[in-house]
Ligand binder design. Structure first.
Ligand code: DMJ
Length: 647
């Protein structure tokens, strides 16, 4: 019998198809296999090659699919590894820094910002100049582009003019590195010093404009409601911002503020002020402005407020009360306690000492020196670490056993070092207390996170360690670096650098790129992420401590990465806290880039400290507030280091 022809074969097999569905499938498999076997080797190779080619072309021309595949890879990767692993650096390019964890709905996008904005971003990556109003659907009149944010109009501008320039230049070059720069929208490789400084000045002007328009002469701007809030009723933001304007060379703004100080500012008011806050912001701001400008107006005002604060020291223990009525000349503790806060009574010394030196009136210095001497001798410390409260009657620490470098204790440590520096390194008691305290920090409070070994400073309560850290603690890297610059041990600088990285990660790992007020670190093995944030701690008050430390670290190391980190932070302040009608707002939720939830308040330290430190970070002129000639008070007001004969 001759072998069945193709037709016979088909006819036979067709006859078999009347069976079950399974039988049909089996038939198809057999039929295809037989046909395949009948082909020559060349034919088979050609078909295989064509199929592979088609598959490759299909994949390449279907980006959504590849995106899905990439997303799948990310999901199967350990989540923290995916977030923390740096992308490889190209020659001459800084390694890309870890991306923050994104909620799964945002998995496919690295861009930050409201979805509307992302959709409207042009393909070349430059920020849009006009963004439609989300609520109204129309265009806001503002040329910078705005979206509505629950009735409030918030700037969507992602960067500054300088940042846009980077995108444009890179686009022209059309290289892959440029694309990376645009996507991260954070790099400042091609920017000049002038670009950075202009960007910070723009931010300052924007903040100042809001204050001028809606809060002039009042304590704080409420930028969303276009109104103001009063704390002491003393033009707090205006005074806090004076020396910043001088440093930035904003002469017109400075002159209009000075005119207000000359004609409107009066301390003869029946008002309770907090001794610490008014000392660091008002007395400190006036003294530093006097030094920078040489204008006697500011010294006169400083003397006036300084003398009005003195009743605070009339206590049984000479440990000052927290509150003073500067009109009546009376002082008192808070209603619920006779305690004062340790940081508050030990962080007014730089200002009162300087006031004595300038006025040749020793009473100011004597009052604050007595506080330091008493605290120096007190029991209740742990390896140089101090508790958080001190009683104004007994002069003893209260609520003992809790130790932190955050709220209520932070600037005690800062002012130990800085008083030693201010006085020309002669008052060795300050140095000894400082060195002992830093040893105490290392022994009792420094720990590392899991899984990535970030160094942090936690808290101790009755022997129990808590891995909690306030953003306030981020002053510490800068202070440690300042100490090393002045001859203190190198291991202080090592700790400073490690902590600086941690403080940066507190921004980087949040969805908005802005740090929360408080973080908790994971320490147990098997943790998947280093940083946790409790619901109540997710706010950001535009605080300065991290950029303050970046400024010191950059001045002393000249490591460009600190500037890049500062640039990212500025970008994110612009992205999530800038209000189009003027000013910046603190926000409630740094973990929600779609709705960070404005708190409607611009703290005075945003102008007094945050923008000033950013400006100085980007300035190549290290003589602009030379750190061998000036020491910053805890509100970023530079005071002179005393000439050697004065100490
Ligand atoms: C400022 O008033 C000062 O820096 C103070 O030492 C701490 N709190 C704020 C800024 O966060």
């Amino acid at each position: 019998m001759h072998p069945p022809s193709r037709q016979d074969y088909v006819a036979i097999t067709l006859g078999q198809r009347g069976g079950t569905y399974n039988n049909g499938k089996q038939w198809r498999r057999q039929s295809c296999w037989r046909k395949w076997k009948q082909l020559s080797r060349l034919q088979r190779s050609l078909i295989l090659f064509t199929l592979v080619l088609l598959l490759i072309c299909g994949l390449a021309s279907y980006p959504t699919l590849t995106d899905h595949l990439r997303a799948g890879e990310e999901e199967t990767m350990h989540p923290l590894v995916a977030r923390v692993l740096p992308e490889p650096a190209k020659p001459g390019q800084l390694p890309l820094l870890p991306r923050p964890e994104q909620p799964s709905k945002r998995k496919l996008s690295n861009k930050r910002g409201p979805p509307l904005l992302q959709n409207l971003q042009p393909k070349n990556g430059n920020a849009s100049n006009t963004v439609e109003d989300k609520a109204g659907g129309g265009k806001e009149g503002d040329e910078k582009g705005v979206i509505s944010w629950r009735g409030a109009v918030i700037e969507t501008e992602q960067g500054t003019e300088g940042a846009k320039d980077v995108g444009a230049k890179d686009d022209a070059a059309g290289n892959q590195e440029a694309k990376t720069v645009k996507e991260s929208d954070h790099s400042n490789h091609n920017m000049t010093e002038a670009d950075w400084l202009a960007a910070v000045k723009d931010s300052f002007r924007h903040a100042w404009q809001g204050y001028k328009d809606f809060a002039w002469g009042h304590d704080e701007l409420r930028p969303i409601s276009k109104s103001y809030s009063e704390w002491f009723g003393l033009g707090l933001t205006l005074i806090d911002a004076l020396d910043t304007m001088w440093i930035m060379g904003l002469k017109t703004e400075f002159e209009e503020a000075k005119a207000w100080v000359a004609t409107e500012l009066s301390f003869n008011k029946n008002v309770d002020v907090n001794l610490f806050e008014s000392t660091i912001r008002i007395l400190g701001g006036l003294l530093s402005t006097y030094h920078l400008t040489g204008d006697a107006l500011f010294l006169e005002k400083a003397k006036d407020i300084g003398s009005r604060l003195m009743p605070a020291f009339k206590t049984p223990s000479k440990i000052p009360y927290s509150d003073v009525n500067i009109g009546k000349g009376t002082a008192h503790p808070p209603r619920w306690t006779s305690d004062s806060t340790v940081a508050e009574v030990t962080s007014i010394q730089l200002e009162f000492r300087e006031l004595s030196r300038l006025t040749q009136d020793p009473q100011y210095e004597a009052a604050v020196a007595e506080v330091m001497n008493k605290v120096h001798k007190l029991d209740g410390k742990l390896d140089g670490l101090v508790p958080m409260f001190i009683n104004t009657n007994s002069g003893q620490f209260t609520h003992q056993g809790t130790f932190t470098l955050g709220a209520r204790a932070d600037s005690y440590y800062e002012y130990l070092l800085k008083q030693w520096l201010q006085g020309g390194k002669k008052e060795t008691q300050f140095l000894e207390d400082y060195l002992q305290a830093i040893e105490g920090v290392k022994k009792n409070l420094v720990q590392r996170t899991s899984p990535n070994g970030l160094t942090f400073v936690g808290e101790l309560s009755h022997g129990q360690f808590s891995p909690k850290m306030d953003h306030l603690v981020c002053f510490l890297p800068g202070t440690l670096a300042l100490g090393t610059h002045n001859g203190l041990p190198q291991d202080h600088m090592d700790l400073a650098k490690q902590m600086m990285e941690t403080c940066y990660q507190m921004y980087k790992q949040m969805e908005t790129g802005l740090s929360p007020e408080i973080v908790h670190f994971n320490m147990h093995q098997g943790s998947v992420r280093d940083i946790e944030v409790k619901l109540a701690d997710r706010h950001n008050l535009l605080r300065p401590e991290t950029v303050e430390s970046l400024f010191y670290l950059y001045r002393f190391t000249k490591d460009h990465k600190y500037r890049q980190w500062g640039w990212e932070i500025l970008q994110n302040f612009n992205k999530y806290t800038k209000v189009s009608s003027g000013g910046y707002t603190s926000v409630n939720n740094v973990r929600d880039p779609d709705y960070p939830s404005p708190r409607d308040k611009m703290e005075s330290f945003f102008l007094g400290e945050t923008l000033k430190y950013l400006y100085l970070l980007f300035s190549d002129d290290f003589k602009l507030i030379n750190l061998d000639e000036y020491v910053f008070n805890t509100e970023a007001h530079p005071l002179p280091i005393w000439p050697s004969s004065a100490a």
